[in-house]
Design a protein around this ligand. Structure first.
Ligand SMILES: Nc1nc2c(ncn2[C@@H]2O[C@H](COP(=O)(O)OP(=O)(O)OP(=O)(O)O)[C@@H](O)[C@H]2O)c(=O)[nH]1
Ligand SMILES: [Mg+2]
Length: 198
């Protein structure tokens, strides 16, 4: 049934590209995640100044993925990328206990943004390969994720270096955007009643 539906969506909207914006503090692993998704391999990264954007194909869905620089002076510019965003990926270094409260504050700030009210929020608890990494339960508590009521959110353990967990994260986003498209098809605005002929 899922496959049938996604084939139908692909038939009806063959060129629909979904927009993902990836944010998080500097050194969290966003660029590593982007190129692991785009190229399927780990790349050597430099701190991002500005942004990177790449196309990512997941199953039969196309995503335009924006990776935004996470240094403190760049964070105020994240909001300029938010318009028409279908999903946000918040990448967090799970070993960075010292800055968990800053990561949380940035997350709660973006959740308030008017252009992200319908966006699905995927939190990537990255660097799970490191032995002092907080697990998903600890990260959920530290970030107070259970207090998020207005957004559809999910937390995924990942290791961008090896790619572990990334496909599970993309699967969650794919399910969300497909659900949104189905909703749009059912809503009256998506299929206005035909005017009655005079
Ligand atoms: N051990 C480990 N290291 C990782 C992982 N993901 C990224 N890194 C490393 O973390 C460092 C920062 O990664 P980037 O992808 O450049 O981080 P970023 O979030 O893009 O940082 P900014 O561009 O400054 O915002 C690099 O040395 C990566 O190799 C991971 O899952 N495990
Ligand atoms: Mg980067």
């Amino acid at each position: 049934m899922g496959q049938l539906f996604s084939s139908l969506m692909q038939y009806l909207f063959p060129n629909r590209e979904y927009k993902i914006v990836m944010v998080g503090l500097d050194n969290a692993g966003k660029t590593t995640t982007l190129y692991r998704l785009h190229l399927g391999e780990a790349v050597v990264t430099q701190p991002t100044v500005g942004s990177n954007v790449e196309c990512v194909q997941y199953k039969n869905l196309k995503f335009e993925v924006w990776d935004l620089g996470g240094q403190a002076n760049l964070r105020p510019s994240w909001a300029t990328y938010y318009r028409a965003t279908d999903a946000v990926i918040v990448v967090i270094d799970s070993t960075d206990r010292a800055r968990a409260s800053i990561a949380k504050a940035e997350l709660f700030t973006l959740l308030e943004h008017e252009h992200l009210q319908e966006a699905a929020i995927l939190i990537m608890a990255n660097k799970q390969d490191l032995k002092d990494a907080m697990n998903v339960k600890e990260m959920t508590d530290v970030l107070s994720l259970h207090s998020l009521k207005r957004h559809d959110w999910h937390i995924q353990a990942t290791c961008a270096k090896t790619g572990e967990g990334l496909m599970d994260g993309m699967e969650w986003i794919a399910q969300r955007v497909k659900g949104e498209a189905a909703q749009a098809m059912r809503s009256p605005q998506a299929s206005p009643a035909k005017p009655i002929a005079a």
